[in-house]
Design a protein around this ligand. Sequence first.
Ligand code: PEP
Ligand code: MN
Length: 345
Amino acid sequence: MIIVMRKDCSREDIAQVQQRIRQRGLSDHLSQGVERTIIGVLGSIYPELKDELELIPGVMEVIRVTKPYKLSSREFHPDNTVVRVGSVVIGGDEVVVMAGPCSVESEEQLLTAARAVRAAGGRILRGGAFKPRTSPYSFRGMGVEGLRLLARAREETGLPVITEVMQPQDVELVAQYADILQIGARNVQNYMLLDAVGKIKKAVLLKRGFATTYEEWLLSAEYILSAGNEDVILCERGIRTFETYTRNTLDVAAIPVIKKLSHLPVIADPSHATGQWKLVTPVALAAVAAGAHGLEIEVHPEPDKALSDGAQSLTPENFARLMDQVRLVAQALGKRVAGPAPASV
Ligand code: PEP
Ligand code: MN
């Protein structure tokens, strides 16, 4: 249920509504936007509550929200959520590009990639230290040493870093090093992990699973939000369809649909969506054209030698070309790509 307050309501009116909700054993969520002030009600709502609340001064309308997700819904929070990571703003008018290797493999590999990402205009460095791999015999990441290298790359380049966390007991450790914690596609419904990242004060990037509906995805976001962390970014990374030519199928419609249903920023990962480096740029452009707030792209100094996802990794040169094209598409939409355009690439 949401309570839409009148434009001219007073602080006392808002406080009175909140007090009534709490007296009834329910919890409230205030969203004070530029246009409207909305108070969301969470808990088991009884039928008479609507009438009770409508009698309070300053209340314009009380509307039942039938969707199962509340805090992640547009109804509860009409204005866009903007996630700030250092000086980078995700969810505003600028397209933010996060890029780097699939896995952190060595200091040299990571620093070379990080410098290339920064030079081409990427704003956030990605790199996996704990890697979810389909086969247990594949490279599973450098672990803590990988986190240390990410911190070292941030120190040198000034780029904030994003890295995946796979289990609740690692959340504190990963949060000591990372600026954004990534929840991978395989863990989108790992509810203990979602609870754990909900309790920290760092931004979280929540990937869509291979077979997650929009509603399930937003309910996963709801776990993080309801645990107290409002800095959630969603990432469409392709879903599994009958097509096997590409690794996954990027659901382009997810971008405008999620922007309609939710206030959370939504970015796209064309690398895992396609699995093939030649397809990364065209699919990235489609995502930006569809309104994505950003992109996550895999870049490796030597894709042939990558320990994971080499086939979908861009060389630094190809990443710079992608950035040039992303700028053109953003411009066509009246947007910008975050950060200064490189002088020459
Ligand atoms: C990744 O970003 O390296 C990754 C494993 O992605 P996903 O969880 O989308 O497969
Ligand atoms: Mn990868």
